[in-house]
Write a protein that binds this ligand. Structure first.
Ligand code: T1G
Length: 697
């Protein structure tokens, strides 16, 4: 027996206890321990077996860290079948999160009980695979095809109550999983209950699996795993159980071999690694109970909403009583959304908007705040005035944060007497919805202030990424470059509509021009004017078509027209017929003869620009590791998760080919296409961005 599974014989009940923290993943030792435990219980003459998890949770699934390595027996599907085949009554008692292989172990058991707070599900599709230990064969036999398809293709977690209503579990009892499991096993034995093997239940009624496959594939924007999982469920309807298990295994192994599985696993581990920084080890964050927010516009109201929902008290500062009321209205509007979605109840809504939120027009109200974040107008002079006042009013040790999206945080810190307390906290709009938070560390920011930023991010349920100070930090700086690559392609012959389609076919939620319409074309217009005023490099390609679009008052969705025309009540827009004439006139004025672009070339150029700028951002230390860039693009810019992020995609695509492309395009434009030194270095050394992630561990 391994110590990953404890064994006890209590009278006629054998107890198998999973002891593999932190999540009782079903690694080799656990699988071996369970197999040996079942065999030993049968030899010891037990009449029932109880399986439960010590610590935080029942098994949370196969050990993802074993993915990509040669599988070692006993394989999980065989283990589930071995458990089910036991002549003893096998009971699984669940708590925490019984996920993937964990739920499959429970489905291989004959009876299932859970504590009220238990959650369960088959999230395999979220990491690029599918249930591979009988989940697609047993669940449909237990609860039918339709409900199984919902759970399996969404990968969503369900609570114990829903699981009971669906028939996935038999009982919910309060108490320790061991105690309720033992009592249930006792009851089953005393009542003479029989074994109940799901595999012996009749095959479920089929649905139109081809139509379901197509619909799921479309919904996943090219992600394979949910659609392939449909074929697994189909096998449960069309094949005998043992054949169905073989078919499931084949499909599972096909998915295991895909780049998408590599991309999704990379995303899974990267989003956990991104908050682990050597500079934070052993550094305690400062206390965080009361948050000050200056500026109650969309961004400030979003930040205040996120803070209120996390249980923090908020003091919102606005310029006037009217502005304060308007800010209150925005925050209440946001919270109404949470109320409607059932995230909070009316009592909570009243508390948050009643006592937890206070509004003021007087800086003095901030004197007890632990952290103050400003979300005022994006102008350095305005920011400096705000920080001058904060410096005078806030208590010693208060963290002073700016939400600026590109201004120099060092310059802002320098006007205070406490630059060590100053940090950038760049939220993404809407701030109570978007999960990405860039934590911008200025030259003098103290380590415990950085730790406080990460603690706030965790409290608000954000995915926080450490960024250095530069124009655009990580995400917006890289966005500016790949957006420019797209603008150049428009000058040379592509249309914004073809570019958007090529990128949504690649897996982006939206193309860059639809995104610009959503964010507001006036933002890009202001940036172009700011950069022209600061003096563009004469080698930089400029264009006027986008300015003319704005001069005509087209700012995108907020004015009903931009690159696309938006009709009230309709999702998405249709191409704006005014756009191409502006582009054609701009090309003519610049003496450009337009050429055709294939979708492949569009994606290749767009992605090469993204990867090249990301390589600069990592090379300059603005992002600590390539995975920080991947997480930023995944969580803030709609990058397709199954591709793992731009630098994971680059590794899988091949860095040498990307560098060769960049060098070939430099022949025509050696200003825009300058190979990043880090990219050249990696190619020269035969290394990958993932090698750099490993170096940083
Ligand atoms: N394998 C290995 N390590 C895992 C793991 C897993 N399944 N799940 C979590 N960890 C690590 C994680 O990397 C982190 O490590 C620590 O545990 C705490 O995790 C055949 C093949 C369970 C809800 O997809 O959803 O079964 O950073 O920070 O917020 O059909 O982890 O401390 O070094 O996330 O409390 C299916 C994935 C696998 C579940 C807990 N199961 N995990 O969340 O902690 S495929 C999953 C989660 C499968 C079979 C197939 C969450 C959690 P470190 P955490 P948490």
């Amino acid at each position: 027996m391994t110590d990953a599974i404890g064994y006890e014989l209590l009278g006629d009940i054998a107890v198998l206890t999973a002891q593999n923290p932190p999540v009782n993943a079903l690694g080799y030792d656990v699988r071996t321990g369970l197999w040996e435990g079942i065999e030993r219980a049968e030899k010891d003459g037990a009449r029932a077996v109880l399986i439960y998890g010590d610590g935080a949770t029942f098994f949370a699934g196969a050990d993802i860290k074993e993915f990509g390595k040669p599988p070692k027996e006993p394989y999980l599907p065989d283990l589930c079948t071995r458990i089910e085949a036991s002549p003893l009554i096998v009971v699984s008692s669940m708590h925490g999160t019984a996920l993937g292989g964990g739920l499959e172990i429970a489905l291989g058991s004959h009876y299932r009980i859970a504590v009220p707070s238990a959650r369960m599900g088959l999230p395999e599709v979220l990491i690029g695979v599918m249930p591979g230990a009988g989940g697609t064969q047993r669940l449909p036999r237990l609860i039918g095809v339709e409900r199984s398809l919902d759970i399996i293709t969404s990968g969503r977690q369900i609570g114990a109550r829903e699981a009971l209503d669906l028939g996935i579990i038999d009982r919910i009892e309060d108490g320790a999983p061991r105690d309720i499991g033992l009592a249930y096993a006792r009851e089953l034995l005393d009542s003479g209950a029989a074994r109940r093997a799901i595999s012996e239940m009749p095959a479920p009624e089929p649905v139109d699996f081809d139509a379901t496959y197509e619909a799921v594939l479309k919904k996943g924007r090219g992600q394979l795993s949910p659609a392939v999982a449909v074929r697994g469920v189909q096998a449960a309807c069309e094949l005998p159980f043992a054949e169905g298990m073989k078919r499931e295994r084949e499909l599972f192994m096909e998915l295991m071999a895909t780049d998408q599985r590599q991309g999704l696993i990379h995303a899974f581990f990267a989003e956990r690694a991104v908050g682990k920084l050597p500079e934070l080890e052993g550094v305690d964050p400062r206390p965080l109970a009361e948050l000050g927010v200056i500026g109650g516009g969309t961004m400030g109201a979003g930040i205040a909403t996120a803070a209120l929902l996390s249980g923090l008290g908020v003091i919102m500062l606005e310029m006037s009583a009217e502005a304060a009321q308007a800010a209150r209205g925005r925050i209440e509007g946001n919270l109404q959304g949470a109320l409607k979605r059932g995230k909070i109840d009316q009592a909570k809504f009243d508390h948050l908007t009643g006592t937890a939120l206070r509004l003021s027009t007087d800086y003095d109200a901030l004197k007890n705040a632990d952290l103050v974040i400003e979300a005022v107008f994006e102008d350095m002079e305005v920011k400096k005035q705000v920080f001058g006042k904060l410096d005078a009013v806030c208590k010693p040790g208060a963290v002073l944060a700016t939400n600026t999206s590109y201004l120099d945080v060092n310059e802002i810190a320098a006007i205070t007497a406490r630059p060590a307390d100053v940090i950038g906290l760049h939220f993404f709009s809407p701030a109570h919805v978007m999960k990405l938070l860039e934590i911008v560390v200025a030259d003098k920011t103290a380590p415990d202030v950085v730790a406080t930023g990460f603690a706030l991010g965790k409290r608000l349920g954000k995915v926080s990424v450490r960024a250095g100070v530069c124009d655009g930090f990580i995400g917006n700086r890289i966005l500016a470059t790949y957006r420019t690559a797209a603008d150049h392609m428009i000058l040379d012959g592509a249309s914004p509509f073809q570019i958007d389609k090529a990128l949504t076919d690649f897996g982006f939620a939206m193309g860059p021009y639809a995104v610009a319409d959503l964010a507001g074309l006036d933002i890009g217009w202001a940036t172009r004017k700011r950069k022209r005023a600061a003096g563009l490099d004469p080698r930089a390609r400029d264009f006027t078509y986008a300015d003319k679009l704005c001069e005509a008052g087209n700012f995108g969705q907020k004015t009903g027209k931009g690159y696309y025309v938006y009709e009230k009540g309709k999702r998405g827009g249709t191409p704006n017929p005014e756009v191409m004439p502006l582009i054609e006139a701009d090309r003519a004025a610049q003496g450009i003869t337009p050429r055709d672009f294939t979708d492949d070339e569009i994606v290749r150029r767009y992605m090469a620009a993204m990867v090249n700028e990301a390589a600069r951002v990592v090379g300059e230390g603005i992002a600590k590791r390539p995975l920080d860039v991947d997480v930023t693009l995944l969580y803030g810019y709609g990058f397709p998760r199954y591709r793992g992020g731009p630098l994971k995609w680059a590794d899988m695509t091949g860095l040498k080919g990307l560098l060769d492309d960049i060098r070939s395009w430099a022949a025509l434009d050696d200003y825009f296409w300058q190979p990043a030194p880090l990219l050249e270095q990696l190619v020269a050394d035969g290394r990958t961005f993932d090698d750099l992630n490993k170096d940083a561990k």
